[in-house]
Write a protein that binds this ligand. Structure first.
Ligand SMILES: Cc1cc2nc3c(=O)[nH]c(=O)nc-3n(C[C@H](O)[C@H](O)[C@H](O)COP(=O)(O)OP(=O)(O)OC[C@H]3O[C@@H](n4cnc5c(N)ncnc54)[C@H](O)[C@@H]3O)c2cc1C
Length: 490
């Protein structure tokens, strides 16, 4: 008899785990609450436009390739990746300056020199230091389990040498003097749910990760990767159940033995959760044996910010707008404090604007443009009434874009809708409607983060943003590699 595994949730973490377990010989089923796979990487189709709901920046392509290679298949036959140029364009609304960050180091250095010539050398040094962090943080620690405290202790001297006690912003500031370039090179934690001022500088490894493998786009959108994985899973006989919310994990004392879906019990040898661990421990694990992560401890954790995302299609083409634009507002540290510490919705904002039609015309009808714009906002701990305020906030952002880089935007809209933290809570079962589960601060990283192997229960495992190594597509796909390592050694 083959061993059985159920995977709950079909984000990039859940799908990667399902495929890895299948390749290990398990009979695998995947249960997803929504009517499509992908989790935060799902797709909205409206009025001829294709909107990727979440991740758009594809890095570390080898992680995708590996999953196809497990079955002797070639990723490029399922989905094509192309490199984006420039990687990101920063637009500083205070002085209307732009900074193109690109695959060509020379071009990037020339752009830096528009702000401060001396920072060119600083950037080279930052990149060198990021490579050192990458060699440890990504190559050595991203794919190994962190549930052994002594293993964690052994890493501390190296983490100190790498200055992991500094925040991303503090480390960048040691190398870069210009305030705007400091901002540009320290925003990466925001892509993972962290405050650059507080997130451990181990995340500076992203600088080198981007340089090593580039910044890519999947033709047809990120949703096309999910479609490719869905096809692969069907070919490999992984059973897929959509519209199937798991309401409980079933235990026999301290052993996880199954899940409950629509009041039906489904038994399995291994239960893999791709759900938000904070939500799961609070609502899906109803046993007194849950000692490590009881409700009180969950409440005390530090949660990532929320996201307000507006999806819109225009009948005008904005050909000068890059694929990825980071639209920086007037404040940086003050705004971050408002979002993360004071948890208030500020009058101003900084934005990430996605225009996939810069690379891929098929995402919109002919002569039209497809966009989403994302604003980091406080999570639901602050009780913002998004049902009423959502439309007002949406309008404020559209006006700001219209006045700066997208002239006549509102009269050219064909379709426009948004997702607020309330939708993240409802659709993804995300505690406090966060964009990225718990935040990636030092005291919630590695051993201190939710473990990939449950501390209290046998046969129960986690993959995805809330557990080690953390959020972001490379992070959650790596969590499935960690799981594979755990299971191989059990
Ligand atoms: C707007 C946005 C933009 C982003 N941009 C990028 C980017 O450009 N690059 C990048 O690398 N990362 C990006 N990220 C982060 C990245 O998308 C996420 O960290 C990652 O996709 C999360 O994957 P996951 O495996 O944790 O699962 P999730 O995507 O969170 O999926 C979990 C799934 O489980 C389902 N589920 C929950 N509870 C249950 C239940 N009880 N029963 C059944 N199903 C359940 C949920 O509905 C969901 O479908 C972005 C995130 C967002 C929101």
């Amino acid at each position: 008899m083959k061993k059985t595994a159920v995977v709950v949730g079909s984000g990039f973490g859940g799908i990667s785990a399902a495929l890895r377990l299948k390749a290990m010989g398990y009979e695998v089923s995947i249960y997803e609450k929504l009517d499509q796979l992908g989790g935060r990487a799902r797709v909205f189709k409206k009025s001829g436009f294709t909107f990727d709901a979440g991740p758009t920046v594809i890095t570390a392509p080898f992680l995708f390739n590996e999953l196809f290679q497990l079955f002797g298949k070639d990723r490029s036959k399922y989905v094509k990746f192309v490199e984006v140029e420039p990687w990101y364009r920063f637009y500083f609304s205070s002085n209307k300056k732009t900074f193109d960050y690109s695959s060509c180091l020379k071009k990037t250095e020339k752009e830096i020199s528009k702000f401060n010539n001396k920072d060119v050398i600083g950037y080279r040094r930052l990149l060198n230091f990021s490579e050192k962090i990458f060699n440890i943080g990504f190559n050595k620690l991203s794919f190994v389990p962190f549930h052994d405290f002594f293993f964690m202790l052994k890493q501390i001297p190296t983490l100190i040498t790498l200055k992991s006690y500094l925040s991303v912003f503090q480390l960048v500031s040691k190398f870069i003097k210009n305030e705007q370039i400091r901002q540009a090179f320290s925003i990466q934690p925001l892509l993972l749910g962290g405050n650059p001022i507080e997130t451990t500088s181990i995340y500076n490894l992203i600088h080198f990760l981007e340089r090593k493998w580039g910044v890519h786009y999947a033709m047809g959108g990120t949703g096309k990767i999910i479609k490719g994985f869905e096809k692969l899973m069907k070919e490999e006989n992984i059973k897929i159940f959509k519209n199937s919310e798991v309401t409980n994990i079933v235990f026999d004392k301290n052993v996880a033995v199954g899940i409950k879906v629509k009041k039906r019990k489904i038994s399995a040898d291994k239960i893999i959760l791709n759900t938000d661990p904070a939500f799961t421990y609070k609502y899906l694990i109803n046993t007194k044996l849950n000692k490590k992560w009881n409700k009180k401890k969950i409440e005390k954790m530090d949660f990532s910010m929320g996201l307000f995302v507006i999806y819109f299609g225009t009948k005008k083409k904005y050909s000068k707008i890059a694929h990825h634009t980071i639209w920086m507002g007037k404040r940086y540290e003050g705004l971050l404090k408002d979002i993360f510490n004071k948890q208030i919705l500020a009058e101003d904002f900084s934005l990430y604007l996605h225009r996939p039609t810069a690379t891929d015309k098929a995402m919109a009808p002919k002569n039209c443009d497809c966009f989403y714009v994302l604003s980091p906002v406080p999570n639901l701990k602050n009780n913002i009434d998004w049902k009423n305020y959502g439309k007002i906030y949406q309008e404020k952002i559209l006006i700001a874009l219209e006045k700066s880089i997208l002239p006549e935007l509102r009269k050219n809209l064909i379709t426009c809708f948004h997702m607020s933290p309330s939708d993240f809570k409802k659709d993804y079962n995300s505690l406090y409607g966060t964009g990225f589960s718990i935040s990636p601060i030092f005291r919630q990283s590695a051993w201190f983060r939710f473990h990939n192997k449950s501390e209290n229960f046998k046969n129960l495992y986690f993959v995805g943003a809330g557990c080690h190594p953390g959020a972001g597509v490379p992070g959650v796909m790596s969590s499935a590699k960690v799981l594979e390592n755990i299971l191989k050694n059990e």
